[in-house]
Design a protein. Structure first.
Lengths: 114, 115
């Protein structure tokens, strides 16, 4: 069974440019998460989807970050415009749904803003 | 501040020895806990989980202990192998005021296996 797939693996952009990340969750997983991971830190939740609905986006910086999961399957996370401080690894995870269910993570997209 | 944290940023053990990685959490409403292993350049990988109605759970070479009285979680790895070298995160799941059901992670412990 394929795991959570993310692309691209690496992205280098200049500040003020837009960038987008893509995630394909495990088939059948209704819940999808986007996490941000800074170097040497644990992942921090940005947004959680239940099917196509964003049920928790309280930690998403909405002035520059946006996300969508239009058909309740794959998802995109966008930053526009990117800032130097956005350099981090962006992780996508999915789970069958419901509290207390195991979340499976993708390999992440490492973003470098120069 | 963080609700989940780890006592030691780095733990070095001899190959074949047992490892114990500790974690403290502060949210008494947390009822589900997971240990993840993250190797360099990879996403976190599930190791073992435990619910708050349990105080111990065993897997293959790993054991998680939960002490709700002092809000402490530990991961024991038996007979550590070179492949166990990684950063280990504990994570908690609780229903926050905003309905946040995502996991809250600690900062991680870097486990180094010495030959």
């Amino acid at each position: 069974e394929a795991g959570v797939v993310q692309s691209p693996r690496y992205k280098i952009i200049e500040k003020k440019q837009p960038v987008a990340f893509w995630c394909n969750p495990i088939s059948g997983h209704n819940t999808l998460y986007w996490y941000l991971q800074n170097l040497g830190q644990g992942p921090e939740l940005l947004i959680r989807y239940e099917n196509e609905e964003a049920v928790d986006d309280s930690q998403l910086p909405k002035d520059r970050f946006s996300a969508e999961r239009l058909k309740g399957v794959d998802s995109t996370l966008k930053i526009q415009p990117a800032e130097l401080g956005d350099s981090a690894v962006y992780l996508c995870a999915s789970s069958l749904g419901g509290r207390g269910t195991e979340a499976f993570f993708g390999q992440g997209t490492r973003l470098t803003v120069v | 501040g963080e609700s989940v944290g780890l006592h030691l940023p780095t733990l070095s053990v001899q190959e074949g020895d047992n490892s114990i990685i500790n974690c403290a959490y502060s949210n008494s409403a947390s009822d589900y806990f997971i240990w993840y292993k993250q190797e360099s350049g990879k996403g976190p990988q599930f190791i073992i989980d435990i619910r708050s109605n349990m105080d111990k759970r065993q897997g293959q070479r790993v054991t998680v202990l939960l002490n709700k009285t002092v809000k402490h979680l530990s991961l024991q790895i038996a007979a550590t192998q070179p492949g166990d070298s990684a950063v280990y995160f504990c994570a908690e799941n609780y229903r926050g005021g905003g309905g946040a059901d995502g996991l809250t992670f600690g900062k991680g412990t870097h486990l180094i296996i010495q030959p």
